[in-house]
Design a protein around this ligand. Structure first.
Ligand code: NAD
Length: 473
């Protein structure tokens, strides 16, 4: 099938095309349309034109359209899930059922969950002389730029709160994984009025043109920290509002009293979710010396029980890395760790190079100061670091430039909860990691970005406040 973009309610071709690669085979799946800057201008103009009418609808009317979108997406489940596996690499089902089906289920859960929220006006003062009301008003045109790790779900995280609060949207998925979102655009085409949702695909350039565009009022960006900084710089030209959901290097701290057998499967699942290509995956595991060896043994057992392979195969627990540069980064970090004396408990060697397959890899005898610990690996390789002193490990966990998530694992819930609150990050978990849901705000601090997604707080990100002072005479 020929993929098309969505501009002003019309399905349109790009000015050229670019190849989309299947990471499990390194072969070309198809060509995606390459948008031009002029097409971006058209999309922004369409979104601007559609804005007043969309914003003037009642919350219930917009909500109804959004719920209609969820139903239409659900009706295309098999096709969207297969497309996701083909372009992103994640297995259809995968380890712990956390593959493409999981992303698809999350997509529906977030649309329907977010649609439950409404920002109502608040009366701040009311007496015989004066009434002061506070209203949340939509910003106008929102530009959404998304990454390649959860192409469908993250697009939904951006566009649903934007649309629900009365904004119109120009969405640009990653050039690595545009196909599922282009299909989403065609599904949305018959639901929303022309111009309310526009979708452009691009191998390069359009993201930076969006950040600079004078007709866009806000950018919601999910991606790497360096790109986020570049978006922020360009956004200053017209003071665009920003939500930046950036990289992370989440620490997990396992205390001496943790129930190792109970937590090992959860640690494994949350470190390797989506093959480690998850912003809030557990990326540095600090383990108390008294339980270090036992936890390593349990994790190795789990690693030896899983299979990495083509995501279309029913028995694949993990798929390939999504792209060549991510694959090369993981290999580079592994080589650097080896050169620094790290011990590879399993994995660490590429055995099948027919796709970007890297095995599940566990590394110990490593510490802070080595790239694999200090940098975001965004892949299936977990450094395990021994510690003896809790205060010292907390300092090491917090010494990262990132501040997305963190976790503490212990049977003493009170103590673990207190420690978790001392982690410098936007989300902290006790006896879990990376678990997110539509009713709990999620976002980073430090170099992991700013602004929150999800729930009522997430809706506010797409609005400005207007205070109305009504004097009786
Ligand atoms: P990336 O920064 O390379 O790309 C993200 C998006 O930005 C893509 O759509 C890309 O085309 C676009 N882009 C590229 N250059 C641009 C520019 N100059 N201006 C504007 N847009 C531009 O990130 P990625 O490699 O796709 O994703 C991986 C990163 O995303 C990781 O660091 C990961 O931690 C992070 N991430 C964060 C979250 C979160 O919620 N905090 C969620 C998922 C991924």
């Amino acid at each position: 099938m020929a993929y098309q973009m969505l501009i002003n309610g019309q399905s349109v071709d790009g000015v050229s095309t670019f190849d989309v690669i299947n990471p499990a085979t390194k072969s070309v799946i198809t060509q995606a349309p390459q948008a031009s800057v002029e097409q971006l201008d058209e999309a922004v103009a369409a979104a601007r034109k559609a804005f007043p009418q969309w914003a003037a609808l009642t919350h219930e009317e917009r909500r109804a359209k959004i719920l209609q979108l969820a139903d239409a997406i659900e009706a295309n489940a098999d096709d969207l899930i297969e497309t996701l596996t083909t372009e992103q690499g994640k297995p259809l089902k995968g380890f712990f059922d956390m593959g493409a089906g999981f992303e698809f289920g999350g997509t529906l859960a977030w649309i329907r969950g977010t649609a439950e929220y409404e920002l109502s006006k608040k009366v701040l003062q009311e007496d015989e002389n004066l009434r002061i009301e506070m209203h949340h008003k939509p910003l106008g045109v929102v530009g959404s730029i998304t990454p390649w790790n959860y192409p469908l779900m993250i697009s939904i995280w951006h566009i649903i709160p934007a649309l629900l609060t009365g904004n119109t949207v120009v969405l640009k998925p990653s050039g690595m994984t545009p196909l599922t979102v282009l299909k989403l655009a065609q599904i949305a085409k018959d639901i929303f009025p022309a111009g309310v949702l526009n979708v452009l695909s691009s191998e390069s350039k359009i993201g930076s043109a969006m950040s600079l565009h004078q007709g866009i009022d806000k950018i919601v960006f999910t991606g790497s920290t360096p790109t986020g900084k570049s978006v922020m710089k360009s956004a200053s030209t017209n003071l665009k509002r920003l939500t930046l959901e950036l990289g992370g290097n989440d620490a997990g701290i396992v205390l001496a009293d943790a129930d190792i057998e109970a937590i090992a499967p959860k640690i494994f699942a949350t470190a390797f979710i989506n093959n480690g290509q998850t912003c809030a995956a557990l990326k540095r595991l600090y383990v108390h010396e008294s339980v270090h060896d036992k936890l390593c043994d349990e994790l190795v057992k789990l690693a030896n029980s899983v299979k990495t392979g083509n995501g279309m195969d029913a028995d694949s627990d993990f798929g390939p890395l999504q792209n060549e540069s991510q694959f090369n980064l993981v290999k580079e970090l592994a080589e650097d760790a080896k050169a620094n004396g790290a011990n590879f408990l399993c994995g660490g060697e590429v055995v099948d190079d027919s796709g970007y397959f890297y095995p599940i890899t566990l590394v110990n005898n490593i510490s802070d100061g080595v790239r694999l610990v200090d940098e975001e690996q965004f892949g299936p390789i977990l450094p395990i670091i021994k510690f003896s002193d809790v205060e010292e490990v907390l300092e090491r966990a917090n010494s990262s430039e990132f501040g997305l998530g963190g976790s503490v694992w212990s049977t003493d819930i009170e103590k673990a909860t207190q420690l978790a609150q001392r982690l410098e990050c936007g989300s902290a978990w006790v006896n879990h990691h990376g678990a997110i849901q539509p009713n709990a705000p999620f976002g980073g601090i430090k170099q992991s970005g700013f602004g929150s997604e999800f729930g009522e707080v997430g809706l506010k990100e797409f609005t400005s406040i207007q205070t109305v002072h009504i004097h009786q005479k």
